[in-house]
Design a binder for this molecule. Structure first.
Ligand code: NAD
Length: 489
């Protein structure tokens, strides 16, 4: 069978992975994959067509009944095996992530550990796919509620965690008995193909895992509007979420949409300032600020604001930006478009009166002549209505406001269309008890930096999405329920 890739004019050209085979696209067009630190073209992938979508979905549909009829523990065994292979290839996969996405190597290694963990967690759930048996209101009757697969799942992933988001979809979809067609992001599609390659080694039946590449409005839209899949799971922007919501309406498909965020970071006057500063830096600048749960806007109590800002800006100014293969804190932005967006957002804020406390410009001299670099930046003098306080920055820039009390912090935090994550630093238990009801975010970090747990629940409220991932609630979304009334009189 053809290989995953062949070298053409010195550049690897990847194929789609459909029905257990590496296949050429039905179209001729390709997409260049660029290293954001060097602007070098490191690979090309197919710009998949509607025919490719059709082929992949038919392969997934053909494989699904046999896959679902396996004992779940057998499905789990294969997921464990794939997780093991991912860990055996940790360094190689981490370097693939650095090359296609730009995060520092030590962070990419962490991503690969997470990539394996999503599969291991799903595999561990194999013996807990439970249903219910209820007594009936009638004589000699029972009511059974069983969880069964949806059938074929379409997975669409963002570029910021190209490997981990792949298995965050695959793990729960597959353990539940679904088969999957995964389209990774067109700008960072390589690690998903590498995982598909490892699935061959793990001995997955053909058609259970299919990985294809293409654009959102091309192949992505064709997958979403196709009649075969029953469930579409997206990690991506609010824009894509809305488009998919509309497209899926025609066939009333089930959706899981994990979208953008604009996390507030509230520091009360009783907070441990040292811990808050450390968490604020980590939660903003990890992965160059390109995480849906990043600290995107800060509200500091006026009594500690000066002290906090001094320590915070000092720490931000010390962050080392540079080649992600070396020990640095911050790598490049992902793309020219992403860098341009951040530059424009800062310029608009400054024009409206924001003050640059540190950073504030694109880096392009010397080592930064190639690639998409932006200085870690802190802005003050902002107000809550400014676009920089309302729109997702997704970069190494954080705007900071001062508030007069905790209530004002909560109110301003909630004045947003987003509702994914929020951060609060306080030692006051009465305030903490208020967060559950009053802070309208799906994931709240109290007195600690961000970082979600595989067995918890990662879910955005309001425009940040619907559905939610991870843990028992995330897994439950990959099943549909059937109720059977059994009369044995
Ligand atoms: P994006 O929406 O541009 O793309 C996401 C995926 O959807 C890609 O594979 C893309 O090709 C596909 N797509 C786009 N439009 C489509 C359409 N109309 N039909 C079908 N497929 C379509 O997002 P991005 O730029 O890759 O990711 C950044 C966004 O993702 C940020 O907003 C970030 O906050 C969010 N994100 C959310 C989470 C979460 O768990 N909530 C995690 C990571 C990233």
């Amino acid at each position: 069978m053809p290989a995953m890739k062949e070298i053409i004019a010195g550049v690897p050209r990847y194929r789609h992975f459909i029905g257990g085979q590496w296949v050429d696209s039905t179209g001729k067009e390709i997409i260049d994959v660029e290293n954001p630190a060097t602007q070098e073209i490191i690979a090309t992938v197919p710009r998949g067509t509607a025919d490719d979508a059709d082929r992949a979905l038919i392969a997934a549909r053909n494989a699904q009944p046999d896959w679902e009829s396996l004992p779940p523990v057998e499905r789990g065994r294969l997921l464990h095996r794939l997780a093991q292979l991912i860990l055996e290839n940790r360094e190689r996969l981490a370097r693939a992530v650095v090359a296609e996405q730009g995060k520092p190597l030590q962070e990419a290694r962490g991503e690969i550990d997470g990539t394996a963990l999503y599969l291991t967690y799903a595999a561990e759930e194999a013996r807990r796919i439970t249903g219910d048996i209820l007594p009936s209101d009638n004589f000699d009757e029972q009511v059974w509620i069983q969880r069964v697969a949806h059938g074929v799942v379409v997975g669409l992933t963002a570029w910021n965690y190209p490997a981990a988001l792949t298995t965050r979809k695959m793990g729960p979809a597959l353990i539940a008995g679904n088969t999957i067609v995964l389209k990774s992001h067109e700008g960072a599609p390589l690690s998903a193909f590498e995982i598909a390659q490892l699935s061959v080694q793990a001995d997955f039946p053909p058609g259970v895992i299919n990985v294809v590449s293409g654009t959102g409005d091309g192949l992505g839209a064709a997958l979403v509007s196709h009649p075969i899949p029953r469930l579409v799971t997206l990690t991506g922007s609010v824009r894509a979420g809305k488009e998919i919501f509309r497209a899926a309406a025609e066939d009333l498909k089930v959706l899981r949409l994990e979208l953008g965020g604009k996390a507030p970071f509230i520091v009360a006057e009783d907070a441990d300032i040292g811990a808050a500063v450390k968490a604020a830096v980590a939660s903003r600048f990890e992965n160059c600020g390109q995480i849906c749960i990043c600290n995107e806007r800060m509200y500091l109590h006026e009594r500690i604001a000066d002290q906090f800002l001094d320590r915070f800006t000092t720490a931000v100014a010390k962050l080392k930006v540079g080649n992600p293969l070396e020990p640095v804190d911050v790598g490049p932005k992902f793309s020219a478009a992403e860098l341009g967006k951040v530059e424009r957002m800062v310029a608009t804020a400054v024009k409206a009166g924001a003050k640059i406390r540190v950073g504030g410009r694109r880096l392009q001299e010397g080592d930064f002549a190639f690639g998409y670099w932006y200085e870690p930046t802190v802005l003050t003098g902002v107000d809550n209505r400014m676009p920089i306080m309302q729109q997702e920055i997704f970069g190494p820039v954080v705007p900071v406001m001062t508030v007069t009390d905790f209530d004002e912090g909560l109110r301003l935090a909630n004045e947003s269309v987003y509702g994914l994550s929020a951060y609060v630093f306080t030692k006051d238990l009465r305030r903490l008890m208020r967060l559950v009801r009053e802070l309208k975010f799906g994931e709240i970090y109290v007195n600690r930096p961000g970082g979600d747990a595989v067995h918890a629940h990662h879910a955005g409220l309001r425009h940040s999405g619907l559905g939610g991932e991870d843990g028992k609630y995330g897994l439950d979304g990959y099943f549909q329920k059937k109720t059977i009334y059994v009369n044995y009189a």
